[in-house]
Ligand binder design. Structure first.
Ligand code: ADP
Length: 163
């Protein structure tokens, strides 16, 4: 069975992430969506909340497993017995960072490959950070995130539910 790991911060998951996961399932029988336990000062949601929101979105899709990890991604891949890392590419701005990471991971573990899927054009400019910024200022981001995220985002920011 072919599997891949889709790692990221997912703070929170957007419809851009959802679209990469759904496209990834065309190629892989099993996809592990792995939330990085990286203590970031600007995080809005806890790791547990992020994992829960992703689980809720994919509760009817058994091929998607949701997990969290810390330490090196390549070590996590080995623990999960998976050799492919899936990442999404949006604008050119993603390219440099993604190339650096893919090359570092290849250096650390040549048997693990990184594969990229192009972002859906509808979500090309959607990032977790921009979604958070717009929502904090009262903007309606309900069409850019899954429903499970929209309600929690409003609750987290103390805003009335939108959409
Ligand atoms: P990280 O902090 O690891 O970049 P993110 O949660 O921001 O974590 O993103 C995880 C992966 O999903 C990255 O490969 C990123 O480029 C990709 N991604 C983020 N937003 C989108 C989007 N709107 N469309 C496609 N891919 C995306």
């Amino acid at each position: 069975m072919s599997g891949a790991i889709y790692p990221g911060s997912f703070d929170p998951m957007t419809r851009g992430h959802v679209s990469i996961i759904r496209s990834g399932l065309v190629a892989f029988d099993r996809l592990v969506v792995a939330v990085l336990r990286n203590p970031r000062k600007d995080a809005l949601f806890t790791i547990e909340e992020r994992v829960e929101m992703i689980r809720e979105e994919f509760k009817d899709t058994p091929a998607v497993e949701v997990d969290s990890f810390d330490g090196l991604l390549v070590d996590y891949c080995r623990r999960k017995n998976v050799r492919i890392v899936l990442r999404g590419l949006r604008a050119v701005a993603d390219f440099e960072y993604e190339l650096q990471m893919a090359n570092m991971n290849r250096h650390l573990s040549p048997d693990i490959e990184t594969m990229f899927l192009m972002a859906n054009d509808a979500y090309f400019y959607v990032s977790s950070n921009l979604v958070k910024e717009a929502a904090k200022l009262g903007g309606d981001v309900s069409r850019l995130v899954p429903d499970s995220v929209a309600s929690r985002l409003s609750a987290k920011l103390g805003l009335p539910p939108k959409g």
